[in-house]
Design a protein around this ligand. Sequence first.
Ligand code: GDD
Ligand code: MN
Length: 340
Amino acid sequence: MISVVVPTYNEAENISELVERLDRALAGRDYEVVVVDDGSPDGTAEVARSLSGRYPVRVLVREGRRGLSSAVVEGARLAAGEVIVVMDADLQHPPELVPKLVEAAERGCLAVASRYVKGGAVEGWPWHRRLVSRGAVLLARILLPEARGVKDAVSGFFAYRRDCIANIKPTGLYKILLDVLVQCKPKCVVEIPYVFGLRTRGRSKLGTRHILDYLKQILALARWRPFKFAAVGASGVGVAFAVLYLTSSLPTPLSVALAIETSLTSNYLLNRRWTFAERRTPLLVGWAKYHVATAVGNAVNYATTLALHLLGVWVYAAYAAGVAAGYVANYIFSEVVVFK
Ligand code: GDD
Ligand code: MN
């Protein structure tokens, strides 16, 4: 049995066509559609219920609006299928793709309908929407190792085992696929291309105010590593200041170099034990890699500090400016290379 879980909010104009096309696409197969509606004022639930005479449709109505991700999880709990297909009601996710997704999911893989693999596309988006979407995917791929191999990790159209989806604890309002990737760690992911068309009826519920929710979700799934990394970096500045103070009788280029090396090592040890604790990085190999990974940042730091010092800036202030200049590059290198 296949369960298609469809979260809805004000999709009365779309739900009938969705169910009809699903029924054609899944002809001869044992399936059900579980509509999870958050009390849509446009009567989506009533329309969906009226379909249940002709089609295997079940409707779950939740009081108050609580977001797509939690709707999907509640739908999956109610569903009878071993395999769950998650898709939008607005026909931007073509029902005709469902059999392909199901086939991959039945082999035990997470099947993701993807806009960003060969053959996939987005129709009619202005450049700034494309940019935001690409940026969102890139951020997920940098911060979440589980999303690194997936081209469209924020797709809302996918199929996977019910026992995973029904047990998800949503960390955000919308991007449940990220939760699936991080919380279930599927052993294989198959991306199937599709064209994300324009919505022809009804309105999108996703807006700029969801960007903040997305960032919060990514940070939570990354277990706040960027903040831990920043805290370690701050402690490193303290260590460096102490070394600058203790070696102030030495020539400044040497004193700054010692400060950088000492704080690099204390940062590395703290990141290894705390920020990236679960990654089990070998001590010396990691230390060597950390030198390589932070080389750009440290070179920038060293050059900035000495240059500002030559210009007459107090050495501690010069050092602080140097650290700021190297921080961003260090973080990205650590995520992608050192603690992979
Ligand atoms: N139950 C429930 N509760 N459903 C909701 C809610 C809610 O709070 N908000 C939206 N929905 C339903 C919509 O009715 C629709 O069926 C589906 O969730 C997607 O909402 P849209 O408003 O159409 O989102 P979108 O088209 O901008 O983005 C979708 O597609 C992207 C690409 O696959 C979402 O699925 C994104 O998460 C996805 O990245
Ligand atoms: Mn949509």
